[in-house]
Each structure stands twice: as C-alpha cells, then as structure tokens.
Design a protein around this ligand. Sequence first.
Ligand code: ATP
Ligand code: MG
Length: 556
Amino acid sequence: MSVRTYGVTDPISTANPTPKENSLNDALIGELRSRGSFESEQATKKRVEVLTQFQKMVQEFVFTVSKKKNMSDGMAKDAGGKVFTFGSYRLGVYGPGSDLDTLVVVPQHVSREDFFTVFAEIIRKRPELEEIVPVPDAFVPIIKIEYDGVPLDLIFACLNVPRIPLDMTLDDKNLLRNLDERDLRSLNGTRVTDEILQLVPKPTVFKHALRCIKMWAQQKAVYGNVFGFPGGVAWAMLVARICQLYPNAVSAVIVEKFFNIYTKWNWPQPVLLKPIEDGPLQVRVWNPRLYANDRLHRMPVITPAYPSMCATHNITSSTQKVILSELEKGAEVVRQINLGKKSWSDLFDRHDFFHHYKFYLCVVAATVASDEEHLKWTGLIESKLRHLVLKLEVTEGVELAHPYVKDFSDSYVLGDANPSDVIGAYGTLSGQPFLDTLAKSDDSNKGEKQIHLTKLFVGLNLQQLKSVDGVKKLNIQYPCSEFYNICKGSGFYDEAINHINIKNVKLVDLPDDVYVEGEVRPTKNSKKRKKEVSLDKQKRPKSTISTPPVSVNGSG
Ligand code: ATP
Ligand code: MG
C-alpha cells in the first residue's frame, strides 16, 4: 500500500480494489485490447531495437563532431550523447500507429547545425532508412524519418555541459540555464512526461486508465490541442491527478472517478500534479495572479516540470461546453457500467458531430503548387481555426461554434480548370459532378499541375435570431473576414498559390467523404439530401433555406 502523498492534497481514498472492481478492470483491459489499443510484443521489440541503434548513432554523431574539434579519441568518446523519448511511447500508451518521439541530447560543443548535417548524414547511410524529412525551420526543429518500418520524430537539444553520459537525466532545472529557446522547447516534452510518470503512484494503473481516456476522447472528437481540446499531455495529466487521489485503485476505478470528479470540478480551478516551482530562468511560469492572460484559461491543466505552463490554453467557451457535455455523458455511461447495465464498449461509441448540428461552416484551404506547400498552408490554417471559433462565439446569434478535430483532403489535376471553380465546388454536393470531371492526383499524373484541397468543419448552434425585414439573419461576415485577414496576414500566405474560402453547409449537404474510415455512416437523413445553401447573396435559393429561416453571409 502506498504511503507517500502524491500531488497537492491528501488522497481521497486509499482503499484497495474489491473483487467487483478487479473484474470490471479485466473487462476494461479486454475491451482496449480488442479495439487494438496495444501493439504486438514483436512490434514493441522492434521499437526498442530501433532506439538502441539510434543511441549508437547519436554516440557516433557526438564522437565525429568532437574529433572535428580536435579532441582526443578518449575525450571524444567521453563526450557521450543520449537519446530520450517523450510522447505516447514514453507514457506507455502507444498503439500500432504511434510514432516514436525521440529527443537527441548532446554536449555543448555539438551544434544544431551538426544535427542537421553530420547526424542526418549518419542516418542516411543506414540501409534501414526509408524516408527522411528534415524541418530545421520549425518552431521545434525536427527530423522526421521512417526507419525499419517505424516512424520517428527526432528533435534535438544541446546542453551547457561537456559530457552527456548514459545515466544522464533531465530533471535538474539548472540544466536549463543559458539555453537557446529551441533547446528549451525541445527539452520540455521529455521533462514533462518524465515528471508525470514520477508523480503517479502506480504507473501501470495510470497507463491503462490513460489508454481508456485517450480512446474515449478520440472517439468523441475531443482530442487535439490545435483545435481547442486537450491534447495527449493534457489528458495524461488529468488522469494522473485522479491516480494521485486514489493511489491504490485499479484503472477501471480511476476511469470512473475521472468522470465523476471532472464533471464536478470547480473550473477554472487549475489541475496541478505538484506545487508550481520557481526557477533560474527569465521565463514566465503560469501564474493567474500575475498574468491577465493566464486568468483567461477556462480549464487550466498545468505541466509539472519547470517552467510550468498551461497545456490547455487553447480551450474556448464552445470547446469547454463540448468537453463538459462529453464528460457528463461519460459519467452516466460509467454509472451504468457499474450497475451492470452497460459495458465498456458503450463508453467508446463514436461521436455524432456530422449529424448533430443544423448548420456547419466548411473552411476550404487550397494550394496550386506542391503537396509540401499545401501542408504548410493547411498547418497555418488549422493553427488559426480557433481564432475563427473565438470570433464566432461572440457573434450575435451564435450559441456555440464547435470545431471538428480532423481535416479532410483531396488532390486533383487542375488542367484547364479555374482554381476558384474547383474551390467553389469542393465540399458541396452540387459541386461534386464538376469535381468528378477532374482526375484525382496519383503517381501517373505527378508531373501535371495539381490543386490540393483541405476542408475543416465547424458545427454551429444558433439562438433564436431576430427577424430583419421578414428574414431571420445571421451575419458572419465579420468573423470570416477577420479569419481571412489572420491567415493571409501570416508569413505563410502566398497570393499566387494559396486560397482560403468559408462556405456554409447544412447537415443534409455534408458530402459523403466527410465520413472517415471507422466512422459510422449516419442512417438518419441520408435519404433527405438537399441542395446546399449558397453563400453568395444573389444566388441564394430562398426556398432551400428551411427551418429556421436563417441566411448566412460571409464569403471572402
Ligand atoms: P501518438 O501515439 O499518436 O504518437 P503522441 O501523444 O505521441 O501520440 P505526437 O503527435 O507524437 O503525440 O506528439 C508527441 C509530443 O510532441 C506531444 O505529446 C507534445 O509534447 C509534442 N508536440 C507535438 N506536436 C506539438 C505541437 N504542435 N506543439 C507543441 N508540442 C507538440
Ligand atoms: Mg507520438
């Protein structure tokens, strides 16, 4: 039995599991297994082998650079170098599709430039290498590779020390002194995951409970930091706090308490895993008493490693409502599971986002250039989508603006077609016949001019609208044009190749392909498809605007 107190308060209960709880727990793990949450032992062994090889390559890398700096063989060898992991692999909640998030730590005389040249060269020589994409200019500079069937994200940090021995740990905050911003950002992921694991009483209980919560959050589409929902680290900390409060409970009990506690949580009271620490750097630590911005966080979940930050600063009023509503539903399902009236699989029922709302906005991003150019443009637009949500939330008539957490993409050969016609047709039922006349991009037409398209969805709940001249009107001109300005004002926008457009679609207009793999196709409404409501005022066919009579303006 645990005696240590974990976290900022005493535990709520130190009770050991009952036979009933143990059997619920077995059922939960069985359900996770049958849904493919765990990968095979063999695949995990492969990851370990790959990591061992990378550890050797990192030492070779540091040795090579050290020798170039005229160090003796002995000193160059002692300079060391070490790989750390973070992300789902480090947290022990990775599945068959997970990447291996890896941090390469080197001593002071090895530079980031060396990482992108000398180290990249060492990797390129390996026969196991399948693909390598260095992204040196990213916010967190990264080398993305596919190695022996394993996708790896490699990031880099250089510490102010002459040697990085194999037993090096990153918990000492004094290691952060005088580091480059990018090194600090790169170190953060590993430092946070390492601390979370140290702050939970039983790591295995935590990992299984987190697998359950991650699967639930993904099924309910409430997973994803960029879109205004908690991401992997935030959900991990939320689960970790419950583990601290019930140190001897099994995962099934942690899951039950998770829903019960977070539906009653007194937000914006922060979720903390330990007291917030001060430290040696001139950087901001989360502090709502000091910083007005921090007071705006609606559901703060604070990272434990110095410098503590809020992992959920992206949550908006709408996404908070969606999260709370899903937590409420989860609490009810778990109650029914406890009564024997439902099973764990009911907790993982898929969301109904695409038939929940009467109105949806469809943001279309397009690029007439390479795939990479389009990725940059859509990355920017996705990262700004929550600004559109924030602007919609304060628009008269909008009760809730619910962003969907995934995008949908297609590429066509442009040929003689006009990009604006393609963009206009994309994402609408009436435009589909036109799109069908274009060839989809594939290996055979790579040399031809392509148009890449991506759509994102925001579901809208509208209040009773005031009637103006007999028409009930919602004007979203302002939020849309503000959003266009934000996107076009960014350094990423290239007028010659990038496009953005927002259209509104109704429930019944949602095109077939928004239903992704694994998603249950709706049965209701599927026969009642109607024409989309055009955004263009002149062309808007009034008769198709059914109840409530709402017109949406906002073309750009
Ligand atoms: P998966 O099993 O799908 O790989 P994951 O939790 O490992 O899940 P990743 O997308 O691989 O998620 O990200 C790993 C870690 O990298 C995150 O936990 C986070 O710490 C960091 N990270 C990823 N993307 C960003 C981002 N855009 N900004 C800041 N940190 C990020
Ligand atoms: Mg990962």
